[in-house]
Write a protein that binds this ligand. Structure first.
Ligand code: HEM
Length: 443
């Protein structure tokens, strides 16, 4: 729907491997460590303060304007925060979605329009996939998506042109030829432009202008949507479990800094368990799709009864068959996690059942980031960002749910965002009652 045709998320085979190897350095541990200043620290020279400190300050303002307890839609602030972070960290583009001084912001508005829609998907949109002539008669939502695409394309084209011109100016000072190692910096945009301009790359390592441009909407969407949803569900879970919220807060307050490094955040075991448990119970991407490259047979751990009443011990798949791989099912399975599989219990990570410990996945025995060639390239980025945001917010505020828990539901198809049953038409939201945390007076 919103994915760009030549981006890493849809490319396959050697081209996909080439794109992943170009971009991977932007998501390695050392690069994420360098990005912590965007996630956490204040930047003294530019007076730009770090994004979640901005969010903390915005929420603190709302709290003080509301006599010490504000009703805040957490989805809104988190969405803006994560959009700012990925655009700044990935592309050096300061969208100022969080703090725009009242100025309209085209990309933020475009995303708000897209992500505010709530399924069910209309029949007309399903038919558009099958009847291409309907493209000439777009419905309202298709028009919005097309508009958002064109905004991002225009901004992306300008960004690439400016970055190329800056690189060219540097080259003009040197010998004029660009080799693979000549450009400093491992940020995503620099790596992409390097792969576009360098003269000594193989065909699969080289990116065309269109391929570079395609990565921008892909990363803007993939880089902020799931992180927003995970953090929002985590805050929801903390409202439902005040003991866990307080235990987490006490651990976070044990660090004597507002601006922890990545290693300091990684040293907090309970924070790690809370994030793992959120990604397990409220996994934001609930399934993934694959097409079989060749005929295969999938063995089953337990037989299933087919429609003819016969027990099947394996599933035969033909080349080209599409397979929906559920992420949510194994995360909620009582056979894997035990009878309390549907409870939010970070302590379970101290002693995982054997079945759960065998769960494949690129991070922490959860499938939230999928596995294999197309698994999430940004998982280290996401975990560092989620931890940094929770660190800042949970130290500062006490969170309660602003509605009855039964009113909260999950909406979406591929991703599951929080919304209210009573106000589905409003789109995703999570109303929280936010109060400042008052430190107990020590006797
Ligand atoms: C909690 C946050 C996140 C979750 C749960 C998540 C989950 C996933 C999943 C399940 C996939 C595999 C999709 C598939 O196989 O069909 C994926 C792919 C991807 N993710 Fe993430 N993601 C998160 C954050 C991020 C961030 C922060 C970035 C970028 C900074 C990112 C960039 C990508 C990209 C580019 C792909 C496509 C990779 C490829 O096809 O080779 N994701 N993500």
């Amino acid at each position: 729907m919103f994915c760009a045709r030549k981006s890493v998320i849809v490319s396959e085979g050697a081209k996909h491997r080439g794109q992943r190897s170009i971009m991977s350095p932007a998501f390695g541990s050392s690069q994420i460590r360098d990005l912590m200043h965007i996630f956490v620290q204040k930047s003294a020279e530019t007076q730009r303060i770090d994004r979640q400190l901005q969010l903390r300050n915005i929420w603190a303002d709302e709290v003080s304007k509301s006599d010490g307890c504000a009703r805040i839609n957490a989805m809104d602030g988190l969405q803006k925060l994560t959009l700012d972070v990925i655009s700044l960290a990935g592309f050096g583009l300061d969208l100022k979605a969080l703090n725009n001084n009242g100025e309209p912001n085209e990309i933020d508005e475009a995303f708000c329009e897209i992500f505010s829609a709530v399924p069910p998907v209309k029949l007309y949109r399903v038919m558009m996939d099958w009847l291409p002539f309907l493209d000439f008669f777009p419905d309202e939502r298709t028009k919005k998506i097309r508009h958002a695409r064109s905004v991002i394309r225009r901004i992306g084209t300008d960004l690439i042109r400016e970055k190329k011109a800056a690189i060219q100016r540097e080259l003009d000072i040197g010998d004029g030829a660009l080799g693979k190692e000549d450009l400093p910096g491992k940020d995503l945009l620099t790596l992409l432009i390097k792969a576009n301009m360098a003269t000594n790359l193989t065909k699969n390592q080289r990116l065309t202008d269109e391929e570079v441009l395609s990565q921008i909407p892909t990363f803007l969407v993939a880089g902020h949507e799931s992180t927003t949803i995970t953090t929002a569900w985590c805050l929801f879970a903390l409202t439902q479990n005040p003991r866990i919220q307080q235990k987490l807060r006490e651990e976070l307050l044990s660090l004597q800094t507002d601006s922890p490094t990545m290693d300091e955040l990684a040293s907090l075991p309970y924070l790690d368990r809370v994030v793992r448990e959120t990604l397990r119970l409220y996994t934001p991407v609930v399934f993934t799709l694959r097409a079989a490259a060749e005929d295969d047979v999938i063995p089953l751990s337990e037989p299933v009864i087919d429609r003819n009443g016969k027990a099947q011990h394996e599933i035969r798949i033909a080349a080209g068959n599409r397979v929906i791989v559920s992420i949510l099912e194994p995360h909620h399975s009582k056979a894997i996690w035990g009878d309390d599989a549907l409870e939010f219990r970070p302590e379970r990570w101290d002693n995982l059942p054997e079945e759960a410990a065998r769960m494949p996945g690129i991070w922490g025995n959860v499938l939230a980031f999928a596995a294999g060639a197309h698994s999430c390239i940004g998982y280290r980025f996401a975990i560092a960002e989620i931890k940094a945001v929770l660190f800042t917010l949970v130290r500062e505020f006490v969170f309660e749910l602003g509605v009855a828990p039964e009113d909260v539901t999950a909406v979406g198809m591929l991703t599951q965002r929080p919304a209210l049953k009573s106000e589905l038409e409003v789109g995703p939201q999570l109303p929280l009652l936010v109060r400042p945390y008052v430190h107990p007076v020590s006797s």
